[in-house]
Structure formats: structure tokens, C-alpha cells
Design a binder for this molecule. Structure first.
Ligand SMILES: NC(=O)c1ccc[n+]([C@@H]2O[C@H](COP(=O)([O-])OP(=O)(O)OC[C@H]3O[C@@H](n4cnc5c(N)ncnc54)[C@H](O)[C@@H]3O)[C@@H](O)[C@H]2O)c1
Ligand SMILES: N[C@H](CO)Cc1c[nH]c[nH+]1
Ligand SMILES: [Zn+2]
Length: 430
């Protein structure tokens, strides 16, 4: 863990190194991912099965790639009732938020008499990646699938790794709750490749969405262009901005909640009180002694964690924008006044009683969010990821007479004669 203070002379160098360290780490997978994608593109099912055996220790044949309806029913039947009820709470809240997010078509007629519009249509086929290497993510099934359904996507294909062949009952129950039936037991870059290129068994999709580790994130980056992708939702991150009125243990737990996802996760505390920073650092060490996933969390905290002391909250907001974190917690008396100054964060959690973990499960907004500073230009998963726009123009002769001549002038200036004629001939001018 790094300790930084904006008043110290070496702050800038330390801060830049903090951000760069993680980029270098996740950048190391580009070559192995390219090799996996090429293998899947050229050898299809055979490559996917071999890679699954290598990385997930599961011997597969093409016939067993897809999880059957009987397996889904049998696994779902094992899920305790309280977990089914919790899934229902989460699903209803996620659905309500994403329904409210649906954009409206738009049409208007302008002063020249031209009607202009924009119509939204759902994608035909989408691939949902649900991570499953170091933890199982039933919540990510809901976060991926519900907005796709709300948007009206017809075909949803889901990939989830099943290390050692073990199916996760709650993942399959979540898929069932969200109406997903086409599920493949594969993960990593090979799953992304299978959904992008298609194999003998898996039909290609139009867009791949969902979070995953560095291999998944890099694979999505590399297949972009052949298919669409959502943001790069890689190893988790949180920045907690907290004053000394907070309980250090609660802040420590929020930092560890992201650290326990992955050795490459990043948790940063920004505070205006160095002594409070010390108290949080000590509380983290205490929690690490008992957390089940302390091996992962301590590696993440050791390599990428940080506590930064600032002079005021304006300075904190500027640092947050430079980090552009996936998650931002503002544990302050007046969180909204600081939030108003922040422009780059995937999702924000305002107040002392709004831990990021609530957003992971039951808040309503999506938990699939941009990581690795991509929140500078990307947003979290939403219904927009499953929709696209078609714009349209409708003009009659009278309207064309008004706007056509300028078009003819520009076409002639570009030297594109047929363009000019296609307008002017309609107006009887050539
Ligand atoms: N940003 C978000 O919205 C969000 C949400 C949930 C989870 N996450 C993140 O998703 C990630 C989940 O990671 P995970 O590992 O648990 O599951 P995962 O499903 O993303 O990755 C598992 C797969 O990685 C591949 N893999 C592992 N080691 C490999 C190697 N050496 N070479 C090639 N491929 C390899 C394997 O194919 C394996 O199936 C975590 O980083 C977590 O922080 C992010
Ligand atoms: N925090 C993760 C996104 O970075 C999402 C998640 C799912 N389950 C628990 N957490
Ligand atoms: Zn989480």
C-alpha cells in the first residue's frame, strides 16, 4: 500500500506511479489473449474445449459446451428459498431502474418543413459474459441480462466458466430468473472469441458485454470492431473519500470489498486527516486477518492500494477525476457538494450509509462499470448498450427546394457530380 500526501514534494511522481503500476500489470496479457483468439477463430469448438481443459480443468466435448435445460432446472432446485427471494428483490430493483432509463424516439419538423427523427431498435443477438474464475457472480447475470431484456434483445447467449466443472446453482437460478436459457460453460478469452467469431456450436453475436478479469477485458478490446462491446469492465476499483467522522473499520471494509475481487483490484482512500488514514490502515490489517479471501485482498492492497492525504475536498475531487475510478464513495457530511465537482467516475455512492456493496447487488443501477481509467470516456452497462439508433429525414418537394441548393453547392465543391445531380435533378434544374 502506498501512502501519499499532496503536500509532499514527491507526491506527483508517487501518484503517477500508482496509476501506471496497474496498467502495466493488466497490459501483460495482450499477447496470450491474441493467441487464444486466433486459435478459437481458426479451430472453433476444438480450441474452445482444449482451452477450457487447460484453464478451467474441465474436459469438454462440443456436445457438452451448452448447459442443458435439465441441468439448469436441477441446479436451480438446490437454491435455498431466501436466496431466491433475494434474487427477486435485486431483479425487480434492477429492472425498475433500467426501465426508467429507456430512451424515447424523437421526431420534429423544422422551419424548412423537413421532418427529422431518430428511432431506437434493439440488437438481435448479444453475448453476456459472467465471470466465474475466482468467485461466482449471480448478481452479474442479472446486471447483464435484465437491461438486455428491457431493451428488447431477442437472443441472449451467456458464457460462464465452471472451474473443475462445478456448476453454481445461484448463477443458473439468476439466469432462469432473467430468462436466459442459452448458456455455455466456458470462460476467459476463449469464451469471448467463441461469441465474437462463432464456432460449430456457438453462433456469433453482435455485441459482447459483461465484466471479467484482465484476460476477458483484453479479449473484448481485441474483438471490438468485429462485434460491439460495452465498456472495459476489468478488475474492480474503488476510491473512498472520507473525513475523520467515519468509523475506520467501515472504511476499511469498503476498501477490502473491492480488494477481495482480484489481486489486480485497486482500493484507494482519500482523506483530509493523516491520523484517520493511519487508523484505516490499521483496521485493514485487522480485517485481513479474518477475511475468507484475505490472500487475494492482501495482494491487491499491498500492490495497488493507497491512502492519500489531501488539504481539502476540492483537491480530492481533482484527484478523483484523474483516477476516474469505477466506484466512488463519498463518506462526507455533504457528499453532493463534492460529487458536483467530479466528472469522471463509473458510479457514485453518496453518504455514510451507502456502501458500494449495496450497488453490487440491490441498488438498481448497473454494477458492470468502466475500470482502468476508462470512466474518462465510458459509462456503465445500461439499456443503451443493447440499443442502437437509426436517424431519418423526410422531405417533400417544397422542403427540398429550401435546403437542396446548399447541398448542390457543397457536392459540386467536393467534385461529386452525381451527388449534386441527385438533388438538382429532382428540382428540375438539370
Ligand atoms: N467491473 C465490473 O463491473 C466487474 C463486476 C464483477 C466482477 N468484476 C471483475 O471480474 C473479474 C472476475 O475475474 P475471475 O478471474 O474471477 O473470473 P473470469 O471469469 O473473468 O476469468 C476466469 C477465466 O480467466 C481465464 N484465465 C485465467 N488465468 C488465465 C491464464 N493464465 N491465461 C489465460 N486465461 C486465463 C480462464 O479462461 C478462466 O476461465 C475480477 O477482476 C473482478 O474484479 C468486475
Ligand atoms: N464490485 C463488482 C464490480 O466491480 C461487482 C460485484 C458483483 N458481486 C460483487 N461485486
Ligand atoms: Zn463487488
Amino acid at each position: 500500500m502506498k501512502r501519499l500526501d499532496t503536500r509532499s514534494a514527491d507526491f506527483e511522481a508517487g501518484f503517477v506511479a500508482l496509476l501506471a503500476d496497474r496498467e502495466t500489470e493488466s497490459g501483460r496479457v495482450d499477447k496470450p489473449v491474441a493467441a487464444i483468439l486466433e486459435d478459437v477463430r481458426t479451430r472453433g469448438d476444438a480450441a474452445v474445449c482444449e482451452l477450457t481443459s487447460k484453464f478451467d480443468r474441465l474436459a469438454l466435448t462440443p456436445e457438452r459446451l451448452r448447459i442443458t435445460a435439465e441441468e439448469i432446472d436441477a441446479e436451480t432446485a438446490k437454491v435455498p428459498q431466501d436466496q431466491i427471494e433475494a434474487l427477486n428483490v435485486a431483479a425487480s430493483r434492477i429492472e425498475a431502474f433500467h426501465r426508467a432509463q429507456l430512451p424515447k424516439d424523437m421526431e420534429f419538423t423544422d422551419a424548412d418543413g423537413v421532418t427529422l427523427g431518430q428511432r431506437w431498435n434493439a440488437l438481435d443477438a448479444v453475448g453476456l459474459y459472467v465471470p466465474g474464475g475466482k468467485a461466482a457472480y449471480p448478481s452479474s447475470v442479472l446486471m447483464n441480462a435484465i437491461p438486455a431484456h428491457v431493451a428488447g434483445v431477442e437472443r441472449l447467449a451467456m458464457c460462464v466458466p465452471t472451474p473443475d466443472g462445478v456448476l453454481n446453482p445461484l448463477v443458473l437460478a439468476a439466469a432462469k430468473r432473467a430468462g436466459v436459457t442459452e448458456i455455455y460453460r466456458i470462460g476467459g478469452a476463449q469464451a469471448v472469441g467463441a461469441m465474437a467469431f462463432g464456432t460449430e456450436t456457438i453462433r456469433p453475436v453482435d455485441r459482447i458485454v459483461g465484466p471479467g478479469n484482465a484476460y476477458v477485458a483484453e479479449a473484448k478490446r481485441q474483438v471490438f470492431g468485429r462485434v460491439g462491446i460495452d465498456s472495459i469492465a476489468g478488475p474492480s476499483e474503488v476510491v473512498v473519500v472520507a473525513d475523520n467522522q467515519n468509523n475506520p473499520r467501515l472504511v476499511a471494509l469498503d476498501l477490502m470489498a473491492q480488494a477481495e475481487h482480484d489481486e489486480l483490484a485497486q482500493s484507494i482512500l482519500i482523506t483530509d486527516d493523516a491520523a484517520f488514514g493511519d487508523a484505516v490502515a490499521a483496521a485493514v490489517e485487522t480485517e485481513l486477518k479474518t477475511l475468507t479471501r484475505s490472500a487475494i485482498a492482501s495482494a491487491s492492497w499491498r500492490d495497488f492500494g493507497a491512502i492519500i492525504t489531501v488539504t481539502d475536498w476540492d483537491e480530492a475531487a481533482k484527484l478523483v477525476d484523474r483516477i476516474a475510478p469505477e466506484h466512488l464513495e463519498l463518506m462526507l457530511d455533504d457528499p453532493k457538494s463534492v460529487f458536483a465537482k467530479v466528472r469522471h467516475a463509473g458510479a457514485a455512492f453518496l453518504g455514510r450509509f451507502c456502501p458500494e456493496a449495496v450497488g453490487d447487488y440491490v441498488g438498481g443501477p448497473n454494477h458492470v462499470l468502466p475500470t482502468s481509467r476508462t470512466a474518462r470516456f465510458a459509462s456503465g452497462l445500461s439499456v443503451y448498450d443493447f440499443l442502437k439508433r437509426t436517424t431519418y429525414i423526410a422531405a417533400d418537394r417544397e422542403a427540398l427546394e429550401k435546403i437542396g441548393p446548399a447541398g448542390v453547392t457543397l457536392a459540386n465543391a467536393e467534385g461529386l457530380e452525381a451527388h449534386a445531380l441527385s438533388i438538382s435533378a429532382r428540382l428540375g434544374n438539370s
